[in-house]
Design a protein around this ligand. Structure first.
Ligand code: ZN
Length: 83
């Protein structure tokens, strides 16, 4: 409770996408990376970041496609049986 110098924040790791807290005492976590990713070699971490960005972009695309499939395209919004 006496920690007034640093406010604990809920952050998301840039490399693995996992939520983590920052700053945590004795934790190697940085502003952008969780404790486990902060310990990775920089080039490995960079690769993780690259793939994580790609996954996020794909997730956004997937969501858009799902919305488009759900949206009634022909005006008549007739719910289809099954999925
Ligand atoms: Zn991480």
């Amino acid at each position: 409770m006496a920690d007034e110098d640093n406010e604990l924040q809920e952050r998301v790791c840039r490399a693995c996408g996992e939520p983590y807290r920052y700053p945590v005492r004795h934790s190697p976590a940085t502003r952008f990376h969780c404790a486990s990713c902060a310990g990775l070699p920089a080039d490995v971490r960079a690769m993780f970041e690259k793939y994580n960005r790609r996954i996020k972009a794909l997730a956004v695309q997937l969501e858009r496609l799902e919305q488009r499939c759900r949206a009634p395209e022909h005006g008549s919004a007739e719910p289809r049986p099954g999925r």
